[in-house]
Design a protein around this ligand. Structure first.
Ligand SMILES: C[S@@+](CC[C@H](N)C(=O)[O-])C[C@H]1O[C@@H](n2cnc3c(N)ncnc32)[C@H](O)[C@@H]1O
Length: 286
């Protein structure tokens, strides 16, 4: 898989997903973005850049914290996501928020023009993230910091899904994906730097950061029901699997997931799943 095709496919997928992204009665991206901003802790008056802002899960909490004297710029490669975030900014009357269509891999922005850079589940989609991180270090002013989240990639689970799904989704279904879209291939090609803590730490220091802190912490995903979770799964990374499943397998997987997930609900309450998330924070080293 060449980086250009990968990037174009990722962009098309998020453009298609934008209208329904994070709108299916499932709480996951919103609490993760909120927690990321809590860790980043931008102060009133600071300048924040949010990479791959999507509909604004981190962007708007950051805007609240920097207040009217600060400013927050969200950038995303998918124009439909930018449109949704812009609409939300105007709905909220957020005057300190700007959103632009820009490739997060090499954003053409002035050096030393931000105090904080955030990236909630977005840096993982950059074909050459280590090179992008080095550019982010230059965009940060003295003592600036970066905080981003990533899934915890493990060989026995599907990327983006908590371990509980390993038993529910038969691995044989992955054979329906073209070879270059096999999760293991993709991780090896684009995310190997995130796979283990030592590589991640040395990537960060090599990119110009110090005081690297890596914390693994679960986000509690809450969905109204198994059906809600399955509908939601068409709007993120798992969409790729759904797109490649023949109709019968797709129907069977849907039913299997709904039954298994509904069985995990207590007393007819919502489905609650702990999703492991990695929070990486660092300071620019000058
Ligand atoms: C999983 S979503 C996360 C969105 C948002 N940060 C959130 O937490 O809800 C990943 C986002 O990264 C964006 N993205 C992917 N590749 C990108 C790139 N090269 N430059 C900028 N944004 C990118 C996608 O369009 C998408 O909006």
């Amino acid at each position: 898989m060449d980086p250009t095709t990968y990037k174009a496919t990722v962009t098309a997928a998020f453009n298609d997903a934008a209208a329904s992204y994070d709108q299916y009665g499932v709480e996951f991206f919103t609490p993760m973005g909120r927690r990321l901003v809590e860790i980043a802790d931008p102060r009133p008056g600071q300048r924040v850049l949010d990479i791959g802002c999507g509909r604004g899960a981190a962007l708007f909490p950051a805007a609240n914290l920097v207040g009217p004297t600060g400013r927050v710029l969200g950038i995303d490669i998918a124009p439909a996501m930018v449109e949704e975030a812009r609409r939300e900014a105007s709905r909220q009357g957020a005057t300190n928020v700007d959103v632009r269509v820009l490739d997060g891999e090499a954003p053409d922005l002035p050096t030393a023009s931000f105090d904080v850079i955030t990236g909630s589940y977005s840096v993982i989609f950059l074909p050459d993230a280590p090179a992008a991180l080095a550019r982010y270090a230059k965009l940060l002013d003295n003592d600036g910091k970066i905080v981003f989240t990533s899934p915890i990639f493990r060989s026995d689970t599907f990327p983006f899904l908590p371990p509980v799904f390993t038993d529910i989704i038969p691995r044989t279904l992955l054979r329906n994906l073209p070879p270059e879209w096999q999760p293991e291939q993709l991780i090896r090609r684009f995310n190997s730097w995130l796979e283990n803590v030592e590589d991640l730490r040395s990537t960060m220091t090599g990119a110009g950061f110090a005081d690297v802190v890596i914390v693994d912490e679960p986000v509690e995903l809450v969905a109204e029901s198994g059906t809600t979770w399955v509908d939601w799964s068409h709007t993120h990374g798992m969409r790729l699997l759904w797109q490649h499943l023949p109709p019968t397998e797709s129907r069977q997987l849907r039913e299997r997931l709904i039954t298994a997930l509904d069985a995990m609900r207590e007393d007819g309450g919502p489905l609650r799943l702990e999703v492991p998330v990695r929070y990486v924070s660092a300071r620019v080293s000058r």
